[in-house]
Design a protein around this ligand. Sequence first.
Ligand code: ZN
Ligand code: FE
Length: 256
Amino acid sequence: MSELLIRQFPCLSDNYGFLVHDPDSGETATIDTPDADRILSEAEKAGWSITQIWNTHHHFDHAGGNEAVQAVTGAKIVAPSYDRHRIPGITMEVEDGDVVSLGSHKAKVLYTPGHTMGHVCYHLPMDGLAFVGDTLFALGCGRLFEGTPAEMWHSLSRLAALPDETRIYCAHEYTEANARFALSVDPDNHDLQVYAAMVEGERARGEPTVPTTIAAEKAANPFLRPNDPAIRARLQMVDDDDEDVFAEIRRRKDSF
Ligand code: ZN
Ligand code: FE
C-alpha cells in the first residue's frame, strides 16, 4: 500500500484546500470545496483526477464548490447525513463510525457536532492523519454556531483521544490570532510559548502552520486543556466541570 500524497493550498481568505491522492488506485479526494476553480487547477497541476468530495459540514466555504467540482469531474459527494437537506447532490451520506475508502486507504467518520450540528471529521488511522474541518484548529477550535459548549467539548475530547502523533489538517489558517488568545488564558505555559514563537516565524515566512499534531495541541491549545490547573486558577474556576471551563474559554475567545 503506497503512502497517500497530500497537496495543501490556500483558498479564499484563510481556508485551506486539501487534495488526497492514492497512487495505487489513482483515486483523489478533495476535502471540502472552498474554491472549485482553485481545487480543479491544483488537481490538474498534480496530474490527479478528483473522484471524491469529502465534506465536513455545510458552510459555504466548505461545500460551496461541490456542484462545480462535481460537474467537471463527476466526483461522488460524501457528506454528513445530518446535512442532507443543506448540501445538494450528496451521493453517500455518512454518520459516526462509517468508513469511507480511498483505494485501499480507510477513513473513519467521527461525528463532531458543535461548530455545526452535522459536522464530521475524517480520521485515517492507518495513515496517521485526520481532516477536522472547523472543529479543531491549531491553538483554537471552531465557533459554536449550532451546537452547545457541552457538545463541542465532547467532540474535541474525541479528537484529543486520537494517537498523539496524528497529523491534524484544520480547514483554516487562524493560528496566529489563536496563539494571541491562548497566551491570554495560559501565559505561563512553556509549550505554548514555544509553539506561539514558532507560528510567528512560520507566518512571517509565509508558511502554513497546518498540519499540527494531537500531541502539540494537547500541550498548548487551551480548548483541549480545561482541566489544566493554571488555566482554571486564572479563570477562577478551580472546582468547575471541564465542560464549564471549556464554555468559559470559548466565551472569552468570542469577544477577544
Ligand atoms: Zn464552518
Ligand atoms: Fe470554515
